[in-house]
Write a protein that binds this ligand. Structure first.
Ligand code: PFF
Length: 455
């Protein structure tokens, strides 16, 4: 017990749930999910996504929770506690988190830039939403605000919250997560009641099985890992701060349900509004920035709703960025002996420098023609590469190592022992969990990795 006390612990069950949900609910739910749902078939994609979360997401999360709570150590130490040789699984998670953090803090900065934009210069955004978005990324010269100033403020905030340890994470989550839900539900009702929104609602509720193909399944599973914060040792690290009496089974269920609800609500907030205003949703990173400006311009009171929306996105981003950075910080403190504040400062500086190149590579460097050309195909030199590497390879690989380590090196029985706090809690689905962790999850994730690399 003493180790737990020395390294800090969540003060309450609610604090843990809100912090873990805060990590899961992030840019992935609001920035990434609606665009993917729109592009991969609407209702059919929602169905596939829910099945992926229910079967694979929940079991991988439970596996990660049990690894962390068993050892009460950072991700690397927790895997090592199972087998000395498996430390690399945690080490890989720390590395993946560090890479994600570099771009996550940049996009977090963009959300702050848009809060500023809707307060100070909404007219400029409306005049040409795409030009405004690309201008932030450097279409008209060095993007000082989009790449440096706002991401720096965002990064500073993330590090500041973490300088207060788990108490900082918990306090922030207790305030921001309920606010996030209220904002999200309010915006969703506004969107669904717009004239013409019913076409979007139909698209999201109509399950057309012909749109379910291998690509939709791949996208859904990759999205589920990112969205649930799996494969990076974050849930391992968070669970390591839990007491031995906490119920991991109900915690897994609650976090997965909350995260999925937010993704669905975000879909029902964005898609009906896009249909109602007849705007071409476009793809990728501009969805939550450029596309939505047209929606906010078109609806009554839209600028206020726009402002609330970017606050929502910002809250979601900061409760996730803190979790991603905590993975690196816990590792530096416990494995490398650094003081918390030194670890925070060092990490922030490196993340900032690499991150600047992420934003620059979106438009500024590409415009100047810095591309890598291979076999006649041009690849953006940096930005897309970071996301490609983490979403398609490193996160699923991390999840694969988690389930193999629990299913084959530790043992599903011991994992269940930990999940039930040695018989304290009932777990009627334990046989299903053991089978999933040992057999189904490794095969499904292995297929995803190979398919993701080949297609
Ligand atoms: N789950 C977060 C989101 O949906 O934005 C992002 C994330 C956080 C991914 C923590 C991975 C992670 F370990």
């Amino acid at each position: 017990m003493s180790t737990t006390e020395n390294r800090g612990q969540f003060g309450s069950k609610l604090g843990f749930i809100l912090s873990a949900a805060g990590s899961a609910v992030g840019l992935g739910n609001i920035w990434k999910f609606p665009g993917k749902a729109y592009n991969c078939g609407g209702g059919a994609f929602l169905l596939v996504y829910i099945i992926m979360v229910a079967l694979i997401g929940t079991t991988v999360m439970m596996a990660e929770f049990t690894v962390g709570r068993n050892a009460h150590k950072n991700a690397l130490g927790s895997f090592r506690a199972i087998s000395q040789k498996w430390g690399f699984a945690g080490g890989l998670g720390v590395l993946t988190g560090f890479i994600i953090l570099c771009y996550y803090c940049q996009v977090g900065g963009w959300t702050m830039k848009y809060i500023y934009a809707y307060i100070a210069e909404a007219k400029m955004v409306y005049a040409d939403p795409t030009a405004y978005f690309l201008g932030m990324l450097g279409a008209n010269g060095f993007p000082l605000q989009g790449a440096v100033i706002f991401p720096l403020i965002f990064l500073f905030l993330t590090a500041f919250i973490l300088s207060h340890g788990t108490a900082g994470i918990e306090k922030m989550s207790k305030v921001l997560m309920p606010l996030l839900f209220v904002l999200l539900i309010g915006l969703m009702i506004r969107s669904c009641t717009l004239p013409g929104a019913d076409a979007g609602l139909k698209y999201m509720l109509n399950v057309d099985f012909s749109t379910i193909n291998s690509n939709a399944i791949l996208v859904a599973l990759g999205q589920a890992f990112f969205s649930l914060s799996l494969g990076m040792g974050i849930m391992v690290t968070y669970a390591s701060y839990l007491s031995d009496e906490d119920n991991l089974i109900s915690n897994t269920g609650i976090v997965c349900v909350l995260d999925t609800l937010v993704a669905l609500f975000a879909g029902f907030m964005i898609i009906p509004a896009v249909f109602a205003t007849g705007i071409d949703p476009g793809m990728g990173g501009g969805f939550a920035f450029a596309t939505l400006a047209g929606v906010f311009e078109a609806i009554p009171g839209g600028t206020l709703f726009g402002l609330l929306f970017y606050f929502l996105l910002f809250f979601a981003a900061v409760t996730s960025s803190t979790s991603i950075m905590e993975g690196t910080i816990a590792f530096l403190i416990e494995e490398k002996g650094l003081k918390r504040n030194h670890a925070l400062l060092g990490t922030s500086v490196v993340v900032f420098i690499i991150g600047v190149f992420y934003t620059l590579s979106q438009v500024y460097m590409n415009i100047k023609g810095i591309w890598v050309s291979k076999n006649g195909i041009e690849y953006p030199i940096f930005g897309d590469f970071l996301e490609y590497l983490t979403d398609r390879l490193l996160l699923p690989l991390g999840a694969l190592f988690s389930v193999i380590c629990v299913g084959w090196v530790w043992s599903p029985e011991k994992s269940v022992e930990e999940a039930t706090s040695h018989g304290r809690f009932k777990f009627s689905l334990a046989p299903v969990y053991k089978f999933m962790v040992k057999i189904v999850d490794p095969i499904a994730i292995g297929v995803i990795i190979v398919a993701g690399l080949v297609f």
